[in-house]
Design a protein around this ligand. Structure first.
Ligand code: TLP
Length: 345
């Protein structure tokens, strides 16, 4: 039986022996009492890496975004975001259901950006009829825009447009270290003009669980309260935070290799007329299906031991990660060739 090469997401990676050892050896305490030294250390390190004053360890990227929205807004406010953003598409309407904010989605450019003029126009003027626009959410790298790394100048400009209008900015930086590797700019610089930034430990960094939300001490205090409300107050969470500390020390550099693997994977697909892949900037390869169907190709790939996900009616997504080597990508090329022969479209 050939080895399954799982490219459904970078969330599927499994912790290796050194990370597990760090988890095993973690010093722990009750984090709801603020007693877990490993969680406290992770929060301090994360804040520093992101250039913010404080941080909060949360179970997931979804909860990081939700507690950020809760902390930055009041019920009935309006939140501006991109129509391709994760918060708008994949977070079960948490912003609407739990934070009671109205989402105002603007069209994302293919590069994952928003037009500054459209953001400016979307901010509601004070009027008895209008909701209060209190938050702009950005995403870097941009998942549905094929892992695009948003340039710092564009981020700064959008944050400027928001701040001039007293609107706060949250960055969903689930994959901000991929942006760091692609842009050659430190994560703290990318997030500089954002009031808060979240990043995932459970994606390219290879941890089993967790995200971190960073911002001012007052913001993080509020976010901590919101995390508790959502049931995200964890106890001896140091076993999980230890994985995060290990990853921040050892796994950030691996991302350049994930990106090289993604480029090679896209090249494989480009050599067939049935497929039209993006030119990946980071670890996400989106392949538009020119011939055949998404379900047909997913089945053919699965038969060859390659796992991917549907990412639209004519699109499949592949994500490289820490458990995928250059040899695996070479192996995928051989398997894709066989799948193409089997489907024969
Ligand atoms: N993304 C997952 C799925 O939910 C689509 C994936 O496989 O890519 N922000 C961004 C930009 C994300 O891509 C994700 C997860 C999240 C937030 C949420 O993180 P989790 O899964 O930890 O809640």
């Amino acid at each position: 039986m050939k080895r399954v090469i799982d490219l459904r997401s970078d969330t599927v990676s499994k912790p290796g022996p050194e990370m597990r050892r760090a988890m095993y050896e973690a010093e722990v305490g009750d984090d709801v009492f603020g007693d877990d030294p490993t969680v406290n250390r992770l929060e301090a390190v994360a804040a520093e890496v992101m250039g913010k004053e404080a941080a909060l360890f949360v179970p997931s990227g979804t909860m990081a975004n939700l507690v950020a929205v809760l902390a930055h807004t009041r019920p009935g406010d309006e939140l501006i975001l991109g129509d391709e953003s994760h918060i708008f598409n994949y977070e079960v309407s948490g912003a609407a259901r739990i934070a009671n904010v109205q989402t105002h989605a603007l069209k994302n450019t293919p590069e994952g950006l928003l037009h500054p003029a459209e953001v400016a126009a979307a901010v509601r003027p004070p009027n008895i009829h209008n909701p209060v626009t209190s938050l702009l959410c950005l995403e870097n790298t941009h998942n549905r825009c094929g892992g695009a790394a948003l340039p710092v100048t564009a981020m700064d400009e959008l944050a400027g447009v928001a701040h001039e209008r007293a609107v706060k900015v949250h960055l969903d930086g689930a994959r901000i270290f991929n942006a760091q590797a692609a842009l050659g700019v430190p994560a703290a610089r990318i997030a500089r003009d954002c009031d808060s930034v979240s990043f995932c430990l459970s994606k390219g960094l290879g941890c089993p669980v967790g995200s971190v939300l960073c911002g001012t001490p007052a913001f993080v205090e509020l976010a901590r309260r919101n995390r508790k409300m959502l049931g995200g107050g964890m106890r001896q969470a140091g076993v999980l935070a230890a994985a995060g500390l290990y990853a921040l020390e050892h796994n950030v550099e691996c991302m350049a290799e994930d990106h090289a693997n993604a480029r090679r994977l896209a090249d494989t697909f480009r050599s067939y007329e049935a497929f039209s892949p993006n030119v990946p900037q980071t670890n996400i390869v989106v392949v538009d299906i020119v011939r055949g169907s998404v379900s047909g190709w997913l089945e053919a790939f699965a038969a060859e031991g390659i796992l991917a996900v549907a990412f639209g009616p004519r699109r499949i997504r592949f994500v490289t990660h820490i458990n995928i080597s250059a040899e695996d990508i070479a192996d995928v090329a051989v398997r894709v060739k066989r799948a193409v022969l089997a489907v024969a479209v």
